[in-house]
Design a protein around this ligand. Sequence first.
Ligand SMILES: Nc1ncnc2c1ncn2[C@@H]1O[C@H](COP(=O)(O)OP(=O)(O)OP(=O)(O)O)[C@@H](O)[C@H]1O
Length: 310
Amino acid sequence: MSDQTVTQTNEEQQSNDSTEQRSNSLTVDVETDERLVDSWTDYEFEDEAAITVEDLDVYYGDDHAIDSISMEIPERSVTALIGPSGCGKSTFLRCLNRMNDRIDSARVEGTVEVDGENIYEGDTDLVQLRKRVGMVFQSPNPFPKSIRENVSYGPRKHGDVNVGLLGRLLGNDDREVEREIVERSLEQAALWDEVSGRLDDNALGLSGGQQQRLCIARCLAVDPDVILMDEPASALDPVATAKIEDLIEQLAEEYTVVVVTHNMQQAARISDQTAVFLTGGQLVEYDDTDKIFENPESDRVEDYVTGKFG
Ligand SMILES: Nc1ncnc2c1ncn2[C@@H]1O[C@H](COP(=O)(O)OP(=O)(O)OP(=O)(O)O)[C@@H](O)[C@H]1O
């Protein structure tokens, strides 16, 4: 966990009245929590924000799944999203690279800025967006192709490497570039040593943990800024999970990682800051991970992280 200092934006004025008010009102009912959400979530982290979310609402038909969330996600760190089932974590995550666009009933309102650009503006190129903001899913989903082809799929699709017939026709056969991308990505995903001798084997022959690291390599191959992970280790055994956790911490030295997890120990182990969502798609508290797990402001968050409800 990095030693990240967290400061409130509204500084003294807000924090002066807050401490007393908070301790008085921590027999918290939902309404009080809502009133305090702004002061608890309006934090500024020392690092630059990679993503800034403002007044985000998501509806599935008439169902309100995300309720007016604003938060900043700092660059080159791990941000964990935790909360009970159905509270909107995955929906929120999908908003960060517009994956909800694929769900017909989903309607998104508000602003999500990635590197200062609102991705919900009309002319956003979704292919480029998802290259910059990659995603790794709960179950490993490699293509039924070779390990090499899985990793080079993105660079080929985006035209970063031209290989084979297309490359020859275009007069630039980038096989060497492709080889470098494959090796670099597999190394970054801590998989190179295990597969370097069998890059042409079918990816479906790998173990579940290896497949998940391959999916991470596939995401890294297009050189993203942000990696979104939706419960990336929940289908894996403890050994494979530990490898993914180590990898996430390493990746955060170079990339902004946002990870949804049901596993609170995992969030405590790997994340720098933690956002706690509770029922109704509300962000109830967002802070340095140590603070959330050791001394949260909200009683509901305390009950949640200590396992009183889940
Ligand atoms: N494709 C969809 N169509 C309609 N409703 C959906 C869809 N996806 C999610 N929802 C609803 O939105 C709400 C939030 O779901 P979401 O999956 O984002 O929560 P979650 O916190 O990630 O849950 P879990 O931890 O169980 O994965 C739930 O009420 C869910 O039923």
